[in-house]
Ligand binder design. Sequence first.
Ligand code: HSE
Length: 312
Amino acid sequence: MTTAGKNEAVAFAPATVANLSVGFDVLGLALDGAGDTVRARRREEPGVVVLDILGDGGKLPRKADENTAGIAAIETLALAGVSWGVELVVEKGLPIGSGMGSSAASAAAGAFAVNGLLETPLSLEALIGPCLEAEAAVAGRHADNIAPALFGGLCMVQQIDPLRILHLPVPSELFVVVLTPHMELSSRKARSVLPKELPLHEAIQTNARMGALVYAMFQGDLEALAAAHAIDPVTAARAPLIPGSLQVIERAMSEGALFASISGAGPSVFAMTKGREAGERVAEGMKAAFAEAGLGSNVLISPAKSPGARLL
Ligand code: HSE
């Protein structure tokens, strides 16, 4: 796909790892090497039409107001206050229900592509709103995938109303390994098993680990990151939905990972390592552990600091 002036724009938005164990609905980081692409073409009639979706095996809704790229496009056009409409072609590079921010990547690429058609583009912060509407339609109203998909890097969504996003530093030697098992798990299902309340001591422990992770990122202190690893209450509640997930996390740690957990709502599991080489060793162990649970899996290894959405 190519970009041609203001009549057409093509945008890519990356896969993301949300939660990072300690930051449920709050932390997320962008990955390099996988994502969704949306081509937006201007048309004089108002409204949004999804012309085609490639790579989804026919699973996603083609109606623009039911599709995250479509909803984000509708909301971006409304925010910009223009009278014309767009036609979209969505190219899914990410598996659906994989825990790699598939719905957010489509939304971010959709909003970004439409933004690329505007005479005066909106800010990235402004695009969060349209993407949030899209995400809310399929996965719940949270921006921990959307923010890194748009901005890149490691983002903390302190609050969404009003929006406050903090951008955290990431040590350059830190890598992320993501194992995506061959099964689907919807965010909706993975959210339905979560406890409604947490005992105070569990909330305190999670807060303390969140502080340690943020400290580790600012200081580049990978030992502090390793000390922040534990199975959090959200991961414990979701693990039964993902065969072998706790064993995969355990294997990652025993192979030398610094930190590991379920990626987003799952079923992907991620680990953080010092350097790519360590990541490759950890990935092998994690793949073997998923295989022992009867699941094939795909591996992605990415720098922990990676770029967000961009025009192609
Ligand atoms: N924070 C979200 C969750 C990400 O864990 O449910 C996936 O939508």
